[in-house]
Design a protein. Structure first.
Lengths: 376, 296
């Protein structure tokens, strides 16, 4: 009796599997993003951007006559989760390519797994150069820290007229360590001096001690490459300690939470970004309108636009490759030239990075406002 | 000099918060001889109670801040008593290891229930007390730091008074000394233990609100790191010893602050913990702990 029931169950399962296989006229695309946890603001933005792109492409009939199916895993902003997420996407969901992550540390965790499985991965916002150095299946659609660091150094020297900067970075994030290094080299080469280099660890909340040391060192500006959570608290505590010099950060400060957590203290802070929501070009206006319509008036930040672009670049590559076969798809992504994306024209270079412009924005009246744009 | 004094104030306010959490660890250990790992999550719940109550009241007022803090303390006291009643009491009398592992389970339960209820995204804690920055000859003291130090001192003195000058405090000390004998002379052990949990949790609740006030970004996992530090502070001072916990917390807060303010800030935890290991090598029972030989 039992045996019969089991064999019936098995045959039912087999039938279901066969049905699923025949119904598989969608192209499964994996995405891993920090939808919850410390950096949830960044991950949610990039996810919404990606989702919007996939929905837009599907509304236009999909790719190769098939609809895209986005399968999203949450990394919870935690170390160790990204590996599990992409393994699951590859082994269980059989995705043709993977989009993610924003944070360099987590992209670095997942990249070797994608590389070993020969599944193309496109990171929307990881700027640490090591991410794409992992192997020839790993790409990104954003600029990298060796470009962002000098941009910020030049900005500090020319625009802020800073000569004695303090660099306050996180010792536990690949992004922060890398960006601090490239900034420092360019700032010193430009004739500036680094007067203090205190460190913090991800998740720290008390920065008074380091900021007191920065104040004593007489810095005329503070550069803090790191994420928005710590960034907001750093600026707040700096202002409480009576530090009035300009404070500026990298692209991972760009999140609405920076403004919500930082309150009035964050006003006037500068940061590097990938695009400006105020850009008058029709491409950007169209994207902003679509995003606001889809997500109840939410203003897309640069991670949203990068998430959007990562999906567009992938869809374009699938279209050009004419197949979802991994090696052909990889070659198609690698040959992306002058692709018209929201964050500018994307060309994937021989290091599998996107070379494109950076934008500097300032927090004014509770929103990120355009200051200047810098081309490579 | 002014930098040194500034760091002293920074260290004092950090140490004061560690002290409030450390006391809960040390009191429970004193009475029940086990480490209540869920304590750091009661601290987190305190911050969230302060968040919800604080937002319902007018912000930036002294009474609003005090009411929020009282609500957090009361809520945490109830939570602590409920945890003890439902989770730890059925295990009392069994091996200590069972209770210890249950405590870790309780801690994870609170953390992940918190993620479910409050969401994992950090929130900005409202400025529930009036905010003001005072300056004395280049020395900058924020109102929040003053509040932390004053409230922590008042609570510590109140605790000292409760433990050494009241009837229930005497009962607590009696249970800590010898539970069996305490019961024989007519002390209701259950009431004393509930009271200890309630008191320790109330201090953690106050600590949660003060911590959130100084570092205004709260999330369900916010208790993990300060909880660990406070536990270390309790061990450093001599676990089970109330003034010891406060002393240990102050030392830890100061060491962390001064290392952070130096060029070796990358190695903050490494240096702080090396010093702790050094102290424990020479005083294994902690700074104020009494050496006792294990009864066989």
């Amino acid at each position: 009796m039992n045996t019969i029931r089991i064999s019936r169950t098995i045959s039912a399962l087999a039938a279901a599997a066969a049905l699923a296989a025949s119904a598989q006229d969608t192209i499964p695309i994996g995405e891993y993003a920090c939808l919850t946890g410390k950096e949830a603001s960044l991950g949610t933005s990039s996810h919404q951007g990606t989702l919007l792109a996939v929905e837009t492409i599907n509304a236009q009939g999909g790719v190769l006559g098939r609809k895209l199916e986005l399968i999203t895993e949450d990394t919870q902003s935690k170390p160790g989760e990204s590996g599990t997420c992409v393994r699951k996407l590859i082994a269980r969901e059989h995705v043709v390519a993977i989009l993610g992550e924003v944070a360099s540390s987590r992209s670095l965790e997942a990249a070797p797994i994608c590389q070993a499985a020969r599944i193309p991965m496109i990171s929307p916002g990881s700027t640490n150069p090591k991410v794409t150095e992992t192997g020839n299946y790993i790409f990104r659609v954003c600029f990298i820290d060796p470009f962002q660091g000098p941009v910020m150094a030049k900005f500090a020297l020319d625009r802020l007229k800073s000569r004695r900067v303090a660099i306050f970075s996180s010792s536990t994030s690949a992004y922060s360590v890398g960006l601090a290094k490239y900034f420092k080299a360019a700032f010193i080469a430009g004739g500036g001096q680094v007067v203090a280099e205190p460190k913090y660890a991800e998740g720290d909340k008390d920065f008074n001690a380091q900021l007191t040391a920065i104040r004593a060192a007489g810095a005329d500006a503070i550069f803090s490459p790191g994420y928005y959570n710590e960034g907001a608290l750093i600026v707040k505590q700096a202002r409480n300690l009576g530090i009035t010099v300009p404070v500026f950060g990298g692209d991972s400060w760009e999140a609405q939470d920076l403004i919500d957590l930082g309150g009035p203290a964050i006003e006037g802070a500068y940061l590097c970004s990938h695009y400006s929501v105020d850009d008058p070009s029709p491409r950007v206006r169209q994207f902003v309108a679509a995003y606001e319509g889809r997500f109840g008036g939410a203003v897309p930040d640069s991670n949203a636009s990068l998430g959007y672009d990562s999906a567009l670049v992938l869809a374009d590559a699938i279209r050009r490759a004419g197949t979802t076969e991994h090696a052909a798809l990889r070659d198609a992504i690698a040959s992306t030239r002058d692709f018209d994306a929201v964050t500018g024209r994307i060309t994937i270079n021989e290091k599998r990075d996107a070379s494109k412009k950076a934008v500097i924005v300032q927090v004014r009246d509770g929103r990120f406002q355009f200051v200047e744009s810098v081309s490579p | 000099m002014s930098e040194f004094l500034q760091q002293l104030i920074n260290g004092l306010s950090l140490g004061a918060i560690y002290a409030l959490i450390a006391l809960g660890y040390t009191m429970v250990y004193g009475v029940l001889r086990f480490i209540n790992f869920a304590h750091s999550d009661v601290f987190m719940v305190g911050a969230f109670i302060g968040y919800y109550v604080g937002r319902a009241l007018p912000l930036g007022t002294v009474w609003g801040g005090l009411v929020s803090m009282a609500a957090a303390m009361a809520g945490c006291a109830v939570l602590g008593i409920v945890i003890e009643r439902l989770v730890y009491r059925p295990l009392r009398g069994g091996p200590t290891l069972n209770v210890l592992i249950t405590a870790i389970g309780m801690s994870l339960f609170l953390e992940y229930s918190g993620q479910l209820v409050f969401g994992a995204t950090p929130r900005a804690f409202p400025q529930i007390f009036p905010s003001k920055v005072m300056e004395f000859h280049g020395l900058i003291i924020s109102m929040n730091q003053v509040i932390v130090i004053v409230v922590a001192s008042v609570l510590l003195l109140g605790l000292e008074f409760t433990v050494f000058r009241t009837k229930i405090g005497t009962a607590m000390r009696a249970v800590a000394l010898n539970p069996g004998a305490a019961q024989l002379v007519g002390i209701n052990i259950d009431v004393v233990i509930s009271f200890t949990f309630g008191l320790g949790s109330a201090l953690a609740g106050a600590g949660g609100v003060l911590y959130a006030l100084n570092y205004p970004s709260i999330d369900p996992l916010m208790g993990v790191v300060p909880g660990l530090k406070a536990f270390v502070a309790a061990v450093l001072g001599g676990v089970g010893n109330i003034p010891g916990a406060a002393l240990g917390a102050m030392i830890l807060g100061m060491v962390e602050t001064f290392v952070d303010g130096s060029r070796w800030s990358t190695y903050k935890d490494a240096i702080a913990f090396t010093i702790l290991i050094g102290i424990l090598l020479f005083r294994p029972a902690g700074l104020l702990g009494r050496m006792t030989s294990e009864k066989v």
